[in-house]
Design a protein. Structure first.
Length: 273
């Protein structure tokens, strides 16, 4: 069994999650996030590594040699009314504290986290669980939190990467599709040049050919035409205003079909019987 997860984020209608960017300024409601948190039950909540780092009071845990720890759940408390849970797959947060606002911290780790980091968590009195070998399995993490701590409802409170990760593993509503809008935290559209830079960075890190992001569009069209899709289907797929636009750009890819077309006409005109 897994807890019921509620994504608790303040946002304007146009997607601005930075409170300071709301306009007009009179619409900023101080304390709104905390009040809604209380109205939703004031229970356990979950944040990602970046948000969790904002609560950390230490810079790093010292290197620790001479003791190993089993990769199994370890809890300081099991009777808290609420827990502050943080995703920290690689053990980068040095907490320097055991709770946030009175809620005991529970770190969600992978098994690749070092013994030195686990020793630091023990010294700070921070509980932890393991949910994956090298990557976090969010479904597994929820199951463990429910089984070990009895958490039945969880408020997901950012950041954006954590929210998106839970969205990807969520089951879509029956008969509906999940749709995503790519925007920045201030609600503005994702700049095309940033998308291109991010793509080149990823391609370089994965040792892929240095191809511009827009070239992927041409690769898609080439693959669709080679697979035999008609020009109308291809045009709709890539969002052209009409098939004529697609044909004007990609007509050369259809040249290999000339022989097949000629053969089809010859077969149709060949006397039967």
């Amino acid at each position: 069994m897994r807890p019921y997860v509620i994504c608790h984020m303040n946002t304007s209608v146009d997607g601005r999650i930075w409170h300071s960017r709301w306009r007009p300024a009179a619409n900023r409601d101080a304390g709104l996030f905390e009040r809604i948190h209380q109205e939703l039950g004031n229970g356990s909540w979950l944040i990602g590594r970046v948000t969790g780092s904002e609560y950390a009071k230490a810079k790093a845990y010292p290197a620790y040699i001479g003791e190993t720890f089993p990769r199994e759940p370890w809890f300081v408390r099991r009777d808290a009314a609420a827990y502050g849970i943080a995703l920290d797959a690689r053990g980068k947060i040095a907490w320097g504290r055991s709770d946030i606002g009175g809620d005991p911290i529970v770190a969600v780790l992978t098994k690749q986290v070092s013994d030195a980091h686990l020793a630091g968590l023990h010294r700070d009195g921070v509980s932890y669980i393991f949910a994956g070998e090298r990557e976090l399995d969010l479904r597994l993490a929820l199951e463990i939190l429910n089984r070990e701590l009895g958490i039945e409802r969880l408020l997901l409170e950012g950041g954006g990467k954590s929210n998106g990760s839970f969205l990807r593993v969520a089951r879509p509503w029956p008969g509906r599709r999940r749709r995503s809008c790519i925007i920045l935290a201030d609600g503005s559209p994702y700049p095309p040049d940033k998308l291109s830079r991010d793509w080149l960075r990823i391609a370089t890190s994965r040792k892929l050919p240095r191809v511009m992001f827009h070239a992927l569009r041409h690769s898609q069209v080439s693959a669709l035409i080679a697979a035999g899709l008609d020009i109308v289907a291809v045009s709709r797929r890539i969002g052209h205003a009409s098939p004529a636009v697609t044909l004007a750009v990609y007509a050369h890819l259809f040249e290999s079909k000339d022989d097949a077309a000629a053969a089809a006409i010859e077969a149709a005109m060949r006397p039967r019987g």
